[in-house]
Design a protein around this ligand. Structure first.
Ligand code: NAI
Ligand code: MG
Length: 372
């Protein structure tokens, strides 16, 4: 029996191209794994009314981790129109499989490393080595939203918060409300993950990205939790910055920072900024990590216009596979894979279109495999 069972989720679009590339490289690394294919993505929405079929969830429950390519998502109404005729108007509603996976497996930590590998023509500056820890289940993206605002919700808010008075003459149909729910456990967990990582990999600081001067309650809770966690890590400094200033500093002096930690939306924002500093979507990988399971993916989507063309950059996918190897405890293989990626970038002989080259997805994968 293989040492690991890995759920293999190519999805659709270029997800399939980059997962083929990942398989080529993992086979070259001789990872002792059984890869179990799981259906996920647009095709299954159209044919079954479910982009994440139950059989796929079962596969995930019986594996050690998942590697995921990309999927196509569309707004509700557009999705409904693309269903097979026999499934139309049967009450099927589209939901994002990746959001569902995060909820189902409580994948509360989103890890996004952004490193400027020397020789990458897309690097904004040299010596950038950022790792974003984004809380993945709470905050502004938790999905507790209202429009129109229910009367009962309005009444409770008005009775409990004076500032609601400024909205009391606005019709409820003209008010939309998104909540930012954060818990002590959620805040403490994500900051602790960031500090553990900083300690393990020798980073000297962890930067909390918040806005506690304006978002006094949620930002305040996060700040207090972060200060408490930091006490357990002497030798690693906690820096506190505001999200807006952080965007400016990241453009000005990205080399100054190391591990960054933030709630869901702020983490989303700075991780895209950080990714672009080191080459953008072709280089950005992420891990969605919970206590018992983890899903690794490139940050990019299914890029339909390049689907099946063997054209896009597979390095984001390969770096996601590297994160999976780290998670599995295969440090040697993870390090070898990252070194191989770094060596190919440094040589600059093999480059996909986004790097200004003409090489294909598989040629890039082969170049990395050769370095192994
Ligand atoms: P996208 O990330 O799929 O592509 C945007 C553009 O970035 C592409 O047209 C291409 O020019 C470039 N790009 C993306 N990946 C690349 C790679 N590996 N190498 C080189 N260039 C690359 O984002 P878009 O176009 O907004 O969304 C397309 C579909 O993907 C939508 O249906 C969207 O909902 C879905 N999506 C899925 C995600 C996921 O599976 N986790 C994440 C983001 C979007
Ligand atoms: Mg994003």
């Amino acid at each position: 029996m293989a040492k690991y069972k890995i759920a293999w989720l190519p999805g659709d679009g270029i997800g399939i191209d980059v997962m083929n590339a990942a398989r080529h490289v993992l086979d070259k690394l001789a990872l002792d794994a059984e890869y179990i294919h799981g259906d996920i993505g647009w095709e299954f929405w159209i044919k079954e009314g479910n982009a994440l079929p139950d059989r796929t969830i079962q596969i995930l429950k019986n594996t050690d981790a998942a590697l995921f390519g990309a999927i196509t998502s569309k707004p509700k109404d557009e999705a409904a129109r693309e269903l097979l005729p026999e499934l139309q108007n049967k009450g099927f509603e589209y939901f994002s499989p990746i959001v569902k996976l995060r909820q189902l497996f409580n994948l509360r930590t989103n890890l996004r490393p952004c490193k400027a590998y020397p020789g990458n023509p897309l690097n904004y500056k040299e010596n950038i080595d950022l790792v974003v820890f984004r809380e993945n289940t709470e905050g502004l993206y938790a999905g507790v939203e209202f429009h129109p605002l229910p009367q009962a919700v309005f009444d409770v808010l008005l009775a409990n918060n004076n500032k609601m008075k400024s909205f009391k003459d606005v019709p409820l149909t003209e008010i939309a409300l998104s909540t930012r729910i954060m818990t002590k456990t959620g805040c403490t967990n994500i900051v602790n993950e960031a500090f553990m990582y900083a300690k393990k990999y020798g980073y000297k600081s962890v930067t909390l990205v918040e806005k506690p001067n304006v978002l006094r309650e949620t930002g305040g809770l996060m700040t207090r939790c972060a200060r408490d966690v930091a006490k357990n890590y002497p030798g690693i400094d906690l820096w506190e910055t505001n999200i807006d200033a952080m965007c400016m500093w990241l453009v000005k002096n990205p080399e100054t920072y190391g591990v960054l930690v933030a709630e869901n939306m702020f983490g989303d924002i700075i991780s895209d900024l950080a990714a672009q500093l080191v080459g953008g979507l072709g280089f950005a990988s992420s891990g969605n990590i919970g206590d018992n399971y983890a899903v690794f993916e490139p940050t990019h989507g299914s890029a339909p216009k390049y689907a099946g063309m063997n054209k896009v950059n597979p390095l984001a996918m390969l770096l996601a596979a590297k994160l999976m190897l780290d998670y599995l405890g295969e440090k040697d293989k993870a390090d070898r894979l990252e070194s191989a990626v770094a060596a190919v970038i440094k040589e600059g002989q093999t480059r996909t279109y986004d790097m200004g080259g003409k090489n294909t997805t598989m040629e890039m994968a082969e170049a990395v495999a050769c370095k192994l």
